[in-house]
Design a protein around this ligand. Structure first.
Ligand code: ATP
Length: 640
């Protein structure tokens, strides 16, 4: 390519650019953080590639980022001597967005048009606009670059006004690496100031492990009675600390620095809920700096998304999607792990097999669980601030459902995870009941932790199955997260007490029922036998069994499944997702005390009533009658 080419942005980029320039107004300065971060990534990449090919350093082994401005030309330029871009890479990387979930994100942004610009800005910030954030302050961006290892003539100039298209052409560029030249908008000229730029770099990029250089300024006395001013000299000075934050001693780092670092690596605008910074010694040595965010990212449910923990080896960046470092159910954790033992050229395959990596992963998982346990402890700590007390509830609201995946995924830590669970219950509208709280409130003689799963909390709360529990004042945990049913399969007991679904298995409150109640139930069952036999016959295609129950108080009937069977709700969910579900019939339980059930005996409508009972039990449980029209017909026949 020697000719200038004009190319169109991928549709998503054009959309994103529009959002960027319209929503990020209130937090303009982040553009510098993004561009410096890209420059630093480019240097990391060079260092990593150079492990195999030292020649890539050419004659410049000292990696650095330079920030310079030109008041006359109204430009701000960020230059790095990192890996650089080939022409094709410039077209591919600066014209498209490779991130997974982009389309969903943009869809959501347009769906949330009504939210305030600030909120939109936060969402975009989280998404990470990266390079394109330059257009917040620039009405034109020129990128000049040459990839390390390519001849000087194979440089590239990319330029765009940030609307529909961009131009690329071949240039000669002796220096390796990239310059991003921002042609500032009129309202962004205050960035043409050493003081301003230094303060932004200090705020966001201090920890970047490369030196960030700016030209030194000097005071120059005015001549001919003119006032003096600061002028730029030819000398460059380092304006950041240039030492990786995590490699500094804890005592030298302020909470603000931790928070700023977190914002830098996560693109989050909110400070994290908690962090842990430790040097782990022993057979495997590494440093971990891990953060728990306060807000879930837009793609939390994408289990394939990039993990949030970056891997470094002796402060050299290795990779940032090292899922081997964190289990999937902790995919919301952000941070850095810096190993002292792994080889620098560690490959993905090696990562998966390495004993060191396994030790790091286990250690980091335990560390995250400790952080969460500490937040949970603060909830009940009288001396904690209101903010600290509320942190675990905030965490749970954002990430609770993800953490539950761990019950199935991480058997080794199941007990600790169980301690972190929180639920709504018949005694608490808020999802704030822990299994330990529940146990402490159990009735005398109560042998199990009772729970119910349903499609919504309201459906769970109003389920007929809870009637007798209410009557007896026994608490039942209410669950309506999609993962609950699956996750609870893995948790059969807590601290020696079994968990029991109130919709599964035969009803047995054990010692919670007194002898008289048991006797009355047995008598009723005995007296009801002939009717049961008829019901079984009438419903033989739909119900596995029909039996008398004392779990109901106000409702005539309900459906249950056998112990260990799949709940009707899960079966429905799987069917909706197009999965095969074993065809198991539920058990119909009837309340012999209910007027409608009493009416059955000797009724001329016996057959219709039997089916209505069954269909109503389906409805009450959140499902639909198999044949809704037939149901309506039967009810109408009785009403007429
Ligand atoms: N200074 C640079 N040197 C080399 N390549 C760069 C530079 N800046 C950007 N790029 C390339 O452009 C791509 C897009 O950059 P952008 O900042 O939009 O996203 P990203 O860096 O991949 O994602 P994120 O900002 O969320 O980390 C980068 O992945 C990189 O390949």
């Amino acid at each position: 390519m020697s000719q200038k080419q004009t190319l169109s942005f991928q549709a998503e980029v054009a959309q994103l650019l529009h959002l960027v320039t319209h929503s990020l107004y209130s937090n303009k300065e982040i553009f510098l953080r993004e561009l410096v971060s890209n420059a630093s990534d480019a240097c990391d990449k060079l260092r990593y590639e150079a492990l195999e090919n030292n020649a890539l350093y050419e004659d410049q082994p000292q990696l650095e980022v330079r920030v310079a401005f030109d008041k006359q030309a109204r430009t701000l330029t960020i230059t790095d001597n990192g890996i650089g871009l080939s022409q094709q890479e410039a077209i591919d990387n600066l014209g498209t967005i490779a991130k997974s979930g982009t389309r969903e994100f943009l869809g959501r942004m347009s769906a949330e048009q009504k939210t305030s610009a600030t909120e939109q800005g936060q969402l975009i910030g989280q998404f990470g606009v990266g390079f394109y954030s330059g257009f917040i302050v620039a009405d034109r961006i020129t990128v000049e670059s040459r990839r390390a290892g390519l001849a000087p003539e194979l440089g590239v100039r990319w330029t765009s006004g940030g609307t529909g298209d961009f131009e690329v052409e071949q240039i000669t560029r002796p220096e390796r690496g990239t310059s991003v030249i921002l042609h500032l908008r009129e309202d962004a000229v205050d960035y043409l100031s050493t003081w301003k730029l230094k303060s932004i770099i200090g705020k966001y990029s201090d920890h970047i492990s490369l030196p960030i250089l700016m030209r030194k300024e000097e005071w120059k006395e005015g001549e001919n009675n003119q006032p003096g001013e600061m002028v730029l000299t030819e000398e460059w000075e380092t304006v950041n600390q240039a030492s990786a934050l995590w490699s500094r001693p804890k005592k030298d780092i302020t909470p603000e620095q931790y928070q700023d670092f977190y914002k830098q690596i996560s693109h989050d605008w909110e400070p994290p809920l908690a962090w842990a910074h430790n040097r782990v010694e022993g057979s495997t040595e590494y440093t971990q700096l891990l953060f728990i965010p306060a807000k879930a990212p837009f793609d939390l449910w994408n289990r394939d998304k990039k993990a949030g923990v970056k891997l470094y080896v002796k402060r050299v960046f290795i990779m940032d999607d090292a899922e081997s470092l964190m289990p999937v159910y902790l995919r919301f954790v952000k941070g850095v792990i810096d190993s002292a033992d792994l080889p620098l050229n560690v490959s993905r395959e090696l990562l998966q097999e390495s004993r060191d990596v396994r030790a790091i992963r286990e250690g980091s998982t335990r560390r995250v669980l400790s952080m969460l346990e500490e937040l949970a402890r603060l909830e009940k700590d009288e001396s904690a601030s209101e903010e600290d007390k509320g942190k675990y509830a905030r965490f749970w609201a954002e990430f609770g459902a993800v953490l539950k995946e761990g019950l199935g995924e991480d058997t080794g830590n199941r007990d600790r995870l169980a301690g972190l669970l929180r639920f709504a219950s018949t005694q608490s509208d808020l999802p704030s009941v822990s299994l330990a709280d529940y146990k402490a409130r159990m009735k005398e003689g109560q042998k199990a932790i009772y729970y119910i799963t349903a499609e919504t909390l309201a459906a769970a709360r109003n389920s007929p199955q809870l009637e007798v529990f209410r009557k007896k004042g026994i608490e039942v945990l209410l669950m309506a997260d999609r993962v609950d049913e699956w996750a609870l399969n893995f948790l059969t007991e807590f601290d020696g007490t079994p968990l029991q679904s109130v919709t599964k298995g035969a009803f047995d409150l054990g010692e919670l029922q007194d002898e008289a109640e048991k006797k009355a139930a047995e008598d009723a069952a005995e007296a009801f036998k002939p009717v049961l036999a008829k019901l079984k016959e009438a419903l033989k295609d739909r119900a596995e069994d029909v039996r008398v129950t004392s779990r109901l108080v106000d409702s005539p009937a309900c459906l249950v499944v056998t112990d260990g069977g799949m709940s009707l709700q899960l079966a429905r969910m799987l069917k909706q997702a197009g999965q095969k579900v074993p065809d198991a019939k539920p058990v119909l339980e009837v309340n012999p005390e209910h007027a409608l059930v009493k009416k059955l005996d000797g009724s001329v409508h016996f057959h219709d009533l039997a089916h209505i009972l069954f269909d109503q039990a389906v409805l009450a449980e959140g499902g639909l009658p198999e044949d809704p029209a037939a149901y309506v017909k039967r009810v109408n026949a009785l009403l007429a």
